[in-house]
Design a protein around this ligand. Sequence first.
Ligand SMILES: Cc1ncc(COP(=O)(O)O)c(C=O)c1O
Length: 361
Amino acid sequence: MTADFPLRRTTRPVPDAERETILSDPGFGRYFTDHMATAVWSRDTGWHDHEVRPLEAFSLHPAAAVLHYAQEIFEGLKAYRHADGSVWLFRPEANARRFQRSARRLALPELDEQSFLASVEALVSADEPWVPAHGDEKSLYIRPYMFAAESFLGVRPAATIQYAVIAGPAGPYFSSGVTGVTLWVTANYTRAATGGTGDAKCGGNYAGSLAAQIEAQEHGCEQVLYLDSSDHSRLEESGTMNICLVTSDGQLITPSLGTILEGVTRDSVLELATEHGLTPVERSITVQELRDSCADGTVTEVFAAGTAAVLTPIVGFRSEELETTVGDGAPGKVTVAIRDHILDLQYGRIPDNKGWLRKVC
Ligand SMILES: Cc1ncc(COP(=O)(O)O)c(C=O)c1O
């Protein structure tokens, strides 16, 4: 049954002038709106206490299971303001379903799709003034999550789970236009193994990626490219984005699902590929193939796809024994065209002929 998330409005919202200052330069993940949506699950009573309430700190017992065993999952999606002032979500049903898949993998209770959507919509409606104005590709980033709140020490699924949705304004990812990044291909760290949690969006995956991220930065790279765990020969994904290759014979190739996160942006790119004259292909790609096909020009563009940056051009790869430039080392035309296509859909600049947008208010 779909839950309602009734609003208990804050008596101390961020003053209008302060909010407008924040919205003029929000960055990412720095500021949060006035409210949060919450619900609690208990083993005995199921889901209860759904509401949208003033944003405030949680009170956690020092033995709260999440602090010890990391039983936690999250999602990330955005709300976009259109030119007429209305506010829309992009494929939130896909996030709801992925949240359920992540919950199953982490032995957490599933939140039904309609309640997930209701919680997100109730929060965005309550904090509508926080959705940046139409025009310069800002958005409201929305973070649903749930975690083991029961206080106990012992490895078993927790009997009390806290669900919450918070949100904060996000600026355009590339403040100075779309620039390309170079990925560090790590030989020392893997992100996921068969049977592990690679296809779930759980905090532990990201904690485990931080050392690799530092390694990448030490080698002058912004992001990591992970390889498979069995023989380190096949491409998996980047830290928070899926990887796609564009070939000179018109294929758009991306690694198959399995140990990677099933990105909503990845799926959107695969669906839009044909409109850009490309054949979508999901298959494994080896580092050797990447290296050879960048060298001989078979691969003309590489990009990473994810909610935060939409599409990020990948202009090179670096590892202990590899230094590869993609194309001419500049963002490619296809990458920019698909990126613009998705942004045009999200901001309502072209008709939504896929039924991907959901109006909030
Ligand atoms: C590991 C990982 N891969 C891929 C993605 C891209 O997913 P999406 O397009 O749904 O944002 C993300 C971002 O959520 C991620 O964290």
